[in-house]
Design a protein. Structure first.
Length: 132
């Protein structure tokens, strides 16, 4: 899992539409109150949630060969986080906050982005993802 392309919500949508290869069932056990699932790809590798204020959360499973550039321009926070035993990077910017982490157990990793959620909420979502 390597970082090489821009990680914006639009970029995540393009990545997901190009991927349909995981034989893993993804379950998201928690999202903040008020968010509902508004999109789930047919293969279950991309999920999008929105609330009535039009705030969004996007989660995508990424193959080990995927490349994502952690866009840190204008970032107020860039830090490494652990999601379970997995290493990740958290980026907080004016327009979105992102968490990218690899997970060898799924043969790839995850990209989680949100318009308005803080680090605590994003990390909580990530920690409640079940991939089997």
């Amino acid at each position: 899992f390597r970082a090489v392309q821009s990680c914006t919500n639009q970029h995540l949508h393009r990545l997901a539409s190009a991927m349909s290869f995981f034989a893993i069932v993804l379950t998201i056990l928690w999202v903040p109150d008020g968010y509902v699932c508004t999109y789930k790809s047919d293969d279950g590798t991309m999920w999008e949630f929105t609330n009535k204020e039009d705030h969004w959360i996007t989660l995508i499973m990424l193959p080990d060969s995927a490349g994502i550039d952690l866009d840190t321009e204008n970032a107020s926070i860039v830090e490494h986080l652990c999601i379970g035993d997995c290493q990740g990077s958290y980026i907080e910017r004016p327009d979105d906050n992102s968490l990218i982490w690899g997970d060898a157990s799924v043969g790839g990793g995850f990209a989680l982005a949100s318009y308005n959620l803080d680090k605590t909420a994003i990390k909580k979502i990530a920690e409640t993802i079940s991939a089997k």
